[in-house]
Design a binder for this molecule. Structure first.
Ligand code: HEC
Ligand code: HEC
Ligand code: HEC
Ligand code: HEC
Ligand code: HEC
Ligand code: HEC
Ligand code: HEC
Ligand code: HEC
Ligand code: HEC
Ligand code: HEC
Length: 400
C-alpha cells in the first residue's frame, strides 16, 4: 500500500502563522499588560505634574511634619539614580538635635532613631539606646554609670537619688500622727495637705505661709494680734518695730502697764512699767528677738552665729538622670512609693522609691506600663540646643 500521507501533506496541516496571529487570550494579555503599565506611568507623571507626590508615599508623616506633606523635597534632598533619599542634613536645617553626652564615642544619625512615614505612633526602640548602653564606652575611658543596661526589668541599676541637703527642720512622722494638735483640736494631715502635683506632674514642696503658719504662728506681742511676716530677719525686725511704734502711738497709756511675759519659759518678767514710748518699744524688740531666736524661727531654722537664715534648699528634683511625673501615678497611694515617709523623723531622710517599686508595672513581660528606655529618659541634652531659623512663607509651606 502506498503511503498517502507524505510529510509535505502533513506539514500543510500545520498553521505556520499560528504564533503571528493574536488569539483572544494572548491578545488580551498583551492589551492588558500594556494598558496597566501605561496607566501606571500616566499616574506617576500625572501626580508629579500636580506635585502631590502621593504615589511614592510610604505612609503618613509624623504629626509635627504633617505640614511638609506637599514638600517632599525638604527632607528628600538626596540625588542618587534610585531616587531622593531623606538626608540628615535636611533635618538639621530645621532643628538642632543636640548630642546626648559629651563623652559619647560616636554620634548615631538622626534617622537611626527617628522613623518617618509611620504617623505619630512610632516609639524609639530600646535598640537605639542599647547600641551603646549594651557595652558602654566613653572618650575618656572612664565610666560614671553602669556599663551594661539592656532592659529596665533585667539589668538596670538601682536608682541613686541625691542626698537631702534641705536646711528646714522637719519630721514627717510627728506631722502624720492621727491626733496632731491643730488650730481647732486634733487633726489628721494628709500628704496632699502640703504637696500637690502641678501640670507637669511635679509635687509642690512645702511653703511656710501655705502649709505651716496655721499651726506655727509667728506671734510676737501679747497686745498686737498681727503676726510677724515670714521673711529675712532684718525685714521681720523692721516690721516688728513699725508695728510696736504704731501700737504705742495709738495706746500711749500702755507705757504704764506691766504685761505678763508672752512665754515665761524663755522671757524675763519685767518688774516695772516702761515709763515712756521709746523704752516700751525697746523692750518689745528685745522680747521679739528672744522669741525669734529661742522659739519661733529656730523651731524650723538653724540660724548662723550672725543670725542669718540659710537657703532652704528643699529639692524639687531627686533623680537627675531620669524624668518622672506624678500625674499618671495619681491612682497610687503615696506610701506605696514613699514607704518610709510616715516614719521619717529628720529632713535628711530620703524617702524615694527603689527600682523594684516601678518594675511591678513597668516591665517587658505582660506590662501594665511601658518599660521602654524613652519612657523615663531623654536622649538629647537640650540645654545645649542652638536656635535655628527655619521660617518660610505660608504659601511655600502649603506649596501654593
Ligand atoms: C520630615 C522629613 C520627610 C518628609 C517631608 C518626607 N519624607 Fe519620605 N522619608 C523620610 C525619611 C526619614 C525616610 C526613611 C529614610 C529613607 O529611606 O530615605 C523616608 C522614606 C521615604 C520613602 C521610602 C523610600 C526609601 O528610600 O526607603 C518614600 C517612598 C518616601 N519617603 C516618600 C515621600 C514622599 C512622597 C514625601 C512627600 C509627600 C515625603 N517622603 C516626605 C523623611 C521625609
Ligand atoms: C522644614 C523644616 C523641618 C525639617 C526639614 C524637618 N523637621 Fe522635624 N519638625 C519640624 C517642625 C516645625 C516640627 C514640629 C515642632 C513641634 O511641634 O514642636 C518638627 C517635629 C519633629 C519631631 C518631633 C516629633 C513629632 O513628629 O511631633 C522630631 C523628632 C523631628 N521633627 C525630627 C526630624 C528629623 C529626624 C528630620 C529629618 C528627617 C526632620 N525633623 C526634618 C520641622 C522640620
Ligand atoms: C539614639 C537615638 C536618637 C538619635 C540618634 C537622635 N534622636 Fe532626636 N530624640 C530621641 C529621643 C529619645 C527623643 C525624645 C526625648 C528627648 O527629647 O531627648 C528625641 C527628640 C527629638 C526632638 C524633639 C521632639 C519633641 O518632642 O519635641 C527633635 C527635634 C529631635 N529629636 C531631632 C533630632 C535630630 C535633628 C537628630 C540628628 C541630629 C536626632 N534627633 C538624633 C532620640 C534620638
Ligand atoms: C552613641 C552612644 C550612646 C547612645 C546611642 C545612647 N547613649 Fe546614653 N550615654 C552614653 C554615654 C557615653 C554616657 C555617659 C557615660 C558616663 O559619663 O559615664 C551616657 C549616659 C546616659 C545616661 C546617664 C547619664 C545621665 O544622667 O544622663 C542615661 C540615663 C542614658 N545615657 C540614657 C540613654 C538613652 C535612653 C538612650 C537611647 C534613647 C541612650 N542613652 C543612647 C552614650 C550613648
Ligand atoms: C505639714 C506638711 C507636710 C506633710 C503633711 C507632708 N510633707 Fe512631705 N515634705 C514636707 C517638707 C517641709 C519637706 C521638705 C523637708 C524634707 O526634705 O523632709 C517635705 C519633703 C517631702 C519629700 C521629698 C524629700 C525627701 O527627703 O524624700 C517627699 C518624697 C515627701 N515629702 C513625701 C510626703 C508624703 C508621702 C507625705 C504623706 C505621708 C508627706 N510628704 C506629708 C512637708 C510635708
Ligand atoms: C496642723 C498643725 C501643724 C502644721 C500645719 C505644721 N505643724 Fe509642725 N508641729 C505641729 C505640732 C502640734 C508640733 C508639736 C508636735 C509634738 O511635739 O508632738 C509640731 C512640731 C514641729 C517641729 C518640731 C518637731 C519636729 O518635727 O522635729 C517642727 C520642726 C515643725 N513642726 C515644722 C513644721 C513645718 C516646717 C511645717 C510646714 C511645712 C509644719 N510644721 C506644719 C503642728 C503643725
Ligand atoms: C514652722 C516652720 C518655720 C518657722 C517657724 C519659720 N520658718 Fe522660715 N521657712 C520655713 C520653710 C518651710 C521655708 C522654705 C519654704 C518657704 O520659703 O516658705 C522657710 C524659708 C525661710 C527663708 C527663705 C530661705 C531661703 O531659701 O532663702 C527665710 C529668710 C526664713 N524662712 C526666715 C524665717 C524667720 C526669720 C523666721 C522667724 C521669724 C522663720 N523663718 C520661721 C519654715 C519656717
Ligand atoms: C509611683 C510612685 C510614686 C507615687 C505613687 C508618688 N510618688 Fe512622689 N515621687 C516619686 C518619685 C520617683 C519622685 C522623684 C522624682 C524626681 O524628682 O526625680 C517623687 C518625688 C516626690 C516629691 C519631691 C518633689 C518632686 O516632685 O520631685 C514629693 C514632695 C512627693 N514625691 C510627694 C508625693 C505625694 C504627696 C504623693 C501622693 C499624693 C506621691 N509623691 C506619690 C514617686 C511616687
Ligand atoms: C501601678 C503601676 C505603676 C507603678 C508602680 C509605676 N508606674 Fe510609672 N506609669 C504607670 C502608668 C499606667 C503610666 C502611664 C502609661 C504608660 O506610660 O505606660 C506610667 C508612666 C510613667 C512615666 C511617663 C510619664 C509621662 O508623663 O510620660 C514615667 C517616667 C514613669 N511612669 C516612671 C515610673 C517610676 C520611676 C516608677 C517607680 C518609682 C513608676 N513609674 C512606678 C504605672 C506605674
Ligand atoms: C520606669 C523608668 C525607667 C526606665 C523604663 C528606664 N530607666 Fe534608666 N533610670 C531610671 C531612673 C529613675 C534612674 C536613676 C537616675 C538617678 O539616679 O538620677 C535611671 C538611671 C539610668 C542610668 C544611670 C545608671 C547609673 O549607673 O547611675 C542609665 C545608664 C540608664 N538609666 C539607662 C537606661 C536604659 C538604657 C533603659 C532602657 C533599657 C532605661 N534606663 C530604662 C528610670 C528608668
Amino acid at each position: 500500500m502506498a503511503r498517502t500521507r507524505s510529510t509535505k501533506k502533513l506539514s500543510q496541516r500545520i498553521d505556520r502563522e499560528y504564533f503571528k496571529r493574536l488569539y483572544p487570550i494572548g491578545r488580551w494579555r498583551r492589551i492588558l499588560s500594556l494598558a496597566v503599565t501605561g496607566i501606571g506611568v500616566a499616574w506617576v507623571f500625572g501626580s508629579l505634574a500636580v506635585n502631590s507626590g502621593a504615589v511614592f508615599n510610604a505612609g503618613p508623616l509624623s504629626k509635627g511634619h504633617h505640614i511638609l506633606e506637599g514638600n517632599c523635597a525638604t527632607c528628600h534632598t538626596g540625588t542618587s539614580l534610585w531616587g531622593r533619599k531623606a538626608e540628615e542634613r535636611a533635618c538639621v536645617t530645621c532643628h538642632d538635635g543636640p548630642a546626648h553626652q559629651e563623652q559619647q564615642v560616636f554620634t548615631p544619625p538622626c534617622l537611626s532613631c527617628h522613623i518617618e512615614h509611620k504617623g505619630s505612633a512610632v516609639e524609639i526602640t530600646d535598640a537605639s539606646c542599647t547600641e551603646c548602653h549594651g557595652g558602654l564606652q566613653t572618650k575618656s575611658g572612664k565610666l560614671n554609670v553602669a556599663a551594661k543596661v539592656t532592659g529596665f526589668d533585667s539589668n538596670h541599676p538601682e536608682f541613686k537619688a541625691r542626698a537631702d541637703a534641705g536646711t528646714i527642720k522637719f519630721g514627717h512622722q510627728v506631722h502624720m500622727k492621727a491626733d496632731l494638735r491643730g488650730v481647732d483640736g486634733p487633726v489628721q494631715l494628709k500628704c496632699l495637705t502640703c504637696h500637690a502635683p502641678d501640670r507637669t506632674g511635679q509635687m509642690s514642696t512645702a511653703n511656710f505661709e501655705r502649709n505651716c503658719e496655721s499651726c506655727h504662728r509667728l506671734e510676737f506681742h501679747r497686745k498686737i494680734d498681727k503676726l510677724l511676716p515670714h521673711d529675712k530677719p532684718e525685714v521681720v525686725l523692721a516690721l516688728a518695730r513699725q508695728a510696736l511704734a504704731e501700737y504705742i502711738g495709738a495706746h500711749p497709756g500702755d507705757v504704764n502697764l506691766v504685761e505678763p511675759a508672752l512665754d515665761p519659759r524663755i522671757m524675763v518678767q519685767r518688774s516695772g512699767p516702761a515709763g515712756n514710748a521709746a523704752e516700751w518699744i525697746r523692750r518689745g524688740m528685745e522680747d521679739t528677738e528672744t522669741l525669734m531666736w529661742r522659739k519661733t524661727c529656730v523651731e524650723c531654722h538653724t540660724p548662723s552665729a550672725a543670725r542669718e537664715i540659710a537657703k532652704a534648699q528643699i529639692a524639687s528634683r531627686w533623680f537627675e538622670g531620669a524624668r518622672f511625673s506624678h500625674l499618671p501615678h495619681q491612682l497610687v497611694i503615696c506610701a506605696e512609693c514613699h514607704s518610709t515617709a510616715a516614719q521619717s523623723k529628720a529632713t535628711a531622710d530620703v524617702m524615694l522609691p527603689g527600682i523594684q517599686t516601678c518594675q511591678q508595672c513597668h516591665r517587658t513581660a505582660n506590662p501594665s506600663a511601658s518599660a521602654n528606655c524613652t519612657e523615663c529618659h531623654v536622649y538629647h541634652d537640650w540645654s545645649k540646643a542652638k536656635p535655628i531659623d527655619a521660617m518660610r512663607k505660608i504659601d511655600e509651606l502649603l506649596n501654593r
